[in-house]
Design a protein around this ligand. Sequence first.
Ligand code: KG4
Ligand code: ZN
Length: 352
Amino acid sequence: MPTVLALETSCDESAAAIVRDRVVLASAVASQVEEHARWGGVVPEIASRRHVEALPQLIEQVCRDSGLALSEVDAVAATVAPGLVGALLVASVTGRTLARLHGKPFLGVHHLEGHLASVRLGEPLPPGPHLVLLVSGGHTELVRVEAPEAVLRLGRSHDDAAGEAFDKVARLLGLGYPGGPAIQAAASGGDGQRFRLPRGRVSRPEGGFHPYDFSFSGLKTAMLRLVRSLEAEGPGPLPLADLAASFEQAVADVLVERSCRCARDQGLGTLVLVGGVAANQRLRTLLADRCRRDGLQWRVAPLAYCTDNAAMVGVAACERLARGCRSAGELGVAARLPLEQAGCLYDTPAPF
Ligand code: KG4
Ligand code: ZN
């Protein structure tokens, strides 16, 4: 079983982990949210600088916590796409340098392949293909997984990602950044049925709707209108708990409804939830209730591995390594790369 040092700096979390197959020997995350909260969102330049400062200490920490020296790992892995280029470069250059110095193979990992692998850090999955609902700050996708390297995207958002919608609506409600945890906290005790909000659908040019696609821009606009009309009614405080709960309910409803429908249509018996928004309690509960009712099995990534971390990158890298994948030494980073093309990260010559 290979042991891998994995690094992750694609957005605003610096992270390192040492993973043996599917066992996390050590994992450390340094979040930058407080710094970015001042600006209401991620500032790429600040993110890169903070990664440069944090990563060496995180690597020291995971070596200490696991009791392993870098010479004892079998490979070094780093997220190389997609993400903020300046941020990705920090883990990529650090990982490639360490791999070279210690004579180890280097693996560039696709960030979403990491999120998909995060569920394998929890309870084992039933055998066979399954459907994954991947919901993060940058992506909302329904992915059919036949095997870790055989994936097919069946649904996506046409505008904001689910996490992005949480972040923007939190800003509208004055709840701060990142929006997901802030909305979840504000929604506690709120009435999720108080405000009727749209469940956005995406039209097809030939008529009808994309059955598995998402749109959150209408919901965002509806929230803005609702807040403005409540403000116009009088000077009292906004009913924040009910607003946050109704918004959460609208997002969770569409995600769960379309995922279950897709799983059923595709004949897939297991639905998997991963990504930062998978940390949302209302979504986790709604998904579990609905799967139970529909006779589907379900798995949710462990809470600690929903938002960005390096352990999930390590699991994906261990699986790639076991299949003989190695990245070219000169592999760079890319802001965008569809998940289906993740295999190109192990091509020679390097794709970028
Ligand atoms: O996966 P992630 O850490 O980074 C990306 O790859 O984008 O996801 C971050 C996103 C943010 O938009 C954040 O607001 C959202 O996940 N998030 C949540 C919760 N925790 C984080 N959304 C809803 N409820 C949460 N508890
Ligand atoms: Zn992520």
